[in-house]
Design a protein around this ligand. Structure first.
Ligand SMILES: NC(=O)c1ccc[n+]([C@@H]2O[C@H](COP(=O)([O-])OP(=O)(O)OC[C@H]3O[C@@H](n4cnc5c(N)ncnc54)[C@H](O)[C@@H]3O)[C@@H](O)[C@H]2O)c1
Length: 330
């Protein structure tokens, strides 16, 4: 028999209070939700609680989170005695144990057996499809991937993936929870690696090829990424960036890529269609996925310029990242 998942999440349990689970618990407790954590043992959960409270205090002392955040975490976060005890009353349970399907199956089975049937269960898996994990859960209509990013207290984006049975109500309840915690959820299809890691790993793969081919050193790759398109990514995604550069420019560049690298970097159909419709992006107001009237265009350019100018200020203030010892030179 199917059960409607809760429509408003008021209490949370995080199972697996390691690096990610600890950060997730911290952020949700900071947002004022009662949060319980559970781990392999009561000792592990207690130790995680101490660690999270210390991290919350340190973040506040460094001015990285609003004043009062550490107290909010201290008053909202508790450690459970066991997975079963910790999940019994929760509206939402987030599983954040090791990225090993068998371990996740076992833990999700225990969570679903002990939780209320209407409790929503999320998995923080980075790569495992929902359809692989859903069989571990009874009432799969309340199960979905809720993939937070690292370091959780500071990165707001969350990927959501519904399984075949997941109800829209469960997705909406999680989106509402995320909004209350100042996070932003985006729903994507059930594929290995989803969107974030597929794009991020594609970048690493191409960066590795560039170095292996002797095109650039690791340092030069990093410098180019940080100082050029990486600069834009805090504000815009790839489609908006293409519109701003000019779709005709992109089409010409893809021709060169296709000639050099073949199918792997061939012109995407979306861009071919745009060229056929004389879509040039911001320059003629006809973009890849949206059109821009003159007023929006002017506002967008002003926003972009302000964003990048401020980005330079932030980088000057924060300074370069500390470096380790280069391998082979120690
Ligand atoms: N580290 C990242 O950058 C990152 C980013 C996004 C998503 N994730 C995903 O989050 C999940 C957790 O990753 P992490 O980096 O926090 O790992 P982690 O090793 O820091 O934490 C895992 C926690 O799960 C606990 N655990 C393991 N088996 C358990 C069990 N049977 N019962 C209860 N607790 C158990 C461990 O004791 C540990 O505290 C993984 O699925 C990972 O892919 C990680």
């Amino acid at each position: 028999m199917s059960t409607d998942p809760v429509s408003t999440i008021r209490t949370v349990t995080v199972v697996g209070a390691g690096y990610m689970g600890g950060g997730i618990a911290q952020v949700l407790a900071m947002a004022g939700l009662p949060v319980r954590i559970a781990d392999v043992s009561v000792e592990a959960a207690d130790a995680a609680l101490e660690r999270i409270l210390g991290e919350a205090r340190a973040s506040e002392d460094q001015g990285l989170v609003p004043a009062g955040s550490a107290d909010a975490v201290a008053s909202h976060l508790t450690a459970g005695q066991s997975i079963e005890e910790a999940v019994a009353e929760a509206d939402f349970i987030e599983e954040a144990v090791f990225e090993v399907p068998d371990v996740k199956h076992e833990v999700l089975g225990r969570i679903s057996a002990a939780a209320r049937p209407e409790a929503i269960i999320g998995t923080n898996t980075s790569t495992i499809p929902v359809r692989v994990l859903a069989p571990a859960v009874s009432h799969p209509e309340r199960f979905l991937t809720v993939h937070f990013s690292n370091p959780m207290p500071f990165i707001p984006g969350v990927e959501l993936v519904a399984g075949d049975a997941t109800t829209q109500g469960a997705i909406d309840a999680v989106k509402d929870l995320l909004a209350r915690a100042d996070c932003e959820g985006a729903q994507v299809a059930d594929t290995p690696g989803m969107v974030l890691n597929r794009l991020q790993y594609a970048l690493l793969k191409e960066a590795t090829s560039v170095v292996e081919e002797g095109v650039a050193t690791v340092d030069d790759v990093d410098t180019i990424v940080r100082t050029t398109f990486g600069f834009r990514l805090g504000f815009f995604g790839p489609f908006a960036i293409a519109d701003q550069a000019g779709l005709d420019v992109y089409a010409n560049c893809f021709s060169t890529f296709e000639e050099a690298y073949g199918e792997r970097l061939a012109t995407p159909q979306l861009l071919k269609d745009a060229a056929a419709e004389d879509r040039k992006g911001l320059k003629n107001g006809k973009g890849l996925v949206e059109d821009y009237d003159d007023e929006t265009r002017a506002e967008l350019i002003a926003y972009r310029n302000k964003a990048y100018a401020r980005m330079r200020d932030v980088l000057r203030e924060v300074g370069p990242a500390p470096r380790g010892t280069r391998r082979g030179q120690d």
